[in-house]
Ligand binder design. Structure first.
Ligand SMILES: NC(=O)C1=CN([C@@H]2O[C@H](COP(=O)(O)OP(=O)(O)OC[C@H]3O[C@@H](n4cnc5c(N)ncnc54)[C@H](OP(=O)(O)O)[C@@H]3O)[C@@H](O)[C@H]2O)C=CC1
Ligand SMILES: O=C1CO[C@H](CO)[C@@H](O)[C@@H]1O
Length: 337
């Protein structure tokens, strides 16, 4: 292909490597990488046939690129993003957007000034079954949503054996269940029924060895007219994640591991499958990559805007604040300050 965009992946750890592989699979980009860790950078470059690799972000940005995936730990997202936009790049920024609001309004202004685009990589939004459930909710067939129940758990050490040694071990670098894992559920909940207006939360470190960040969380929300509840832990043996929306005239349930949504309208009747498609984990990231490139091509809006990412960041911070203060918190407080 001659008209491939030049994409820079910044950070090729766990998720950066996946982005590299999944963007390559679109065949719409020529990917280069920037990674501090020399051994990792060289290994990944060799494994994926990456020609241009950089150990230093300034050197990478001085070279010619069109867009970047920001896949460093979260506390670095805004600094790296700002430098990349200054260099004229469009961005796909990993979740969570950051660990605080420092530099975010400046980044928004810079994006406007430079006429550059940014999307946030909340990958649930690339799931076709979740998108189909959102469309079904919006069709009005089930009436107004009134309640949202999100239940999620998995054995984190099974999926991230190195969790003690990475950003996860500290809240300051984006670690802990709230900022790292629950943020997916909170963002997907906002995608389905609208932003969180107020919340109250409880969380604690219960089980995971070698860290003291929280691994178990409960949150109660108000999202417009919807009453929400979210529970998540990172130690149960079963890997399960479901999102149920109860409406005036029926209910719908997305089940991540089943890769479906189902619905039911009559008491004691059978669940009906609304949408099901078996997906490999990479498929979701390939869909996210294609959607990002379509957005850059002007074909569609981003799956998750910077403003939606900032709203979910406000929710993350409100949850931590609520636990600390044992009080209801309004996320809007973070956006307006
Ligand atoms: N959407 C999803 O499903 C997932 C999202 N994530 C998110 O992605 C982000 C990264 O997570 P993950 O890949 O697990 O983290 P890792 O720690 O596995 O990888 C991050 C890499 O970035 C490198 N790095 C740090 N600073 C820079 C820099 N300035 N320039 C270049 N490279 C840098 C790190 O090097 P070093 O170690 O030497 O500092 C490390 O190799 C986090 O925000 C996380 O929440 C993570 C996993 C899944
Ligand atoms: O976003 C994420 C998705 O799940 C992974 C494994 O549980 C996490 O490490 C990660 O941060």
């Amino acid at each position: 292909m001659t008209d491939q965009r030049r994409l820079l992946v910044v950070g090729v750890g766990s998720i950066g490597e996946r982005h590299l592989r999944c963007f390559q699979a679109t065949d719409r980009v020529d990917v280069s990488i920037c990674e501090l860790n020399d051994d990792l950078r060289e290994k990944i470059a060799a494994q994926y046939g990456v020609e241009r690799q950089y150990a230093d972000l300034d050197v990478a940005l001085a070279d010619s690129h069109d867009c970047a995936v920001i896949a460093t730990p979260a506390h670095l997202h805004i600094d790296v993003s700002t430098r990349a936009v200054e260099a004229g790049l469009d961005l796909l920024i990993e979740k969570p957007l950051s660990t605080n609001f420092k530099g975010i309004s400046e980044l928004q202004i810079l994006l406007q000034e430079k006429q550059k685009k940014a999307a946030i990589a909340y990958v649930y939004r690339a799931h076709p079954a979740l998108a189909a459930m959102k469309a079904a909710l919006e069709s009005g067939k089930y009436g107004k949503p009134v309640q949202l129940v999100v239940v999620s758990g998995q054995n984190f050490p099974t999926y991230r054996p190195a969790y003690r040694d990475i950003y996860y071990k500290s809240r300051a670098t984006g670690g802990g269940a709230v900022q790292d894992a629950l943020t997916h559920s909170m963002n997907a909940g906002e995608y389905l029924v609208g932003p969180v207006n107020a919340l109250v939360a409880d969380c604690s470190h219960q089980v995971l060895e070698g860290v003291d960040v929280e691994d178990t969380v409960h949150v109660i929300t108000r999202q417009g007219g919807v009453l929400g509840s979210f529970s998540l832990n990172q130690h149960q043996p079963a890997n399960e994640s479901s999102m149920t929306v109860i409406c005036e005239r029926g209910m719908l349930r997305f089940e991540y591991q089943k890769s479906w949504y189902r619905w039911i309208t009559e008491p004691d009747s059978e669940w009906q499958v609304g949408y099901q498609e078996t997906l490999e984990r990479d498929t979701l990231f390939q869909r996210q990559a294609s959607a990002f490139l379509d957005y850059l091509d002007g074909f569609c809006p981003p799956l998750c805007t910077l403003e939606e990412g900032a709203q979910t960041l406000a929710v993350n911070l409100s949850i931590l604040d609520s636990v600390e203060k044992r009080a209801w918190i309004e996320p809007a407080h973070y956006i307006s300050n």
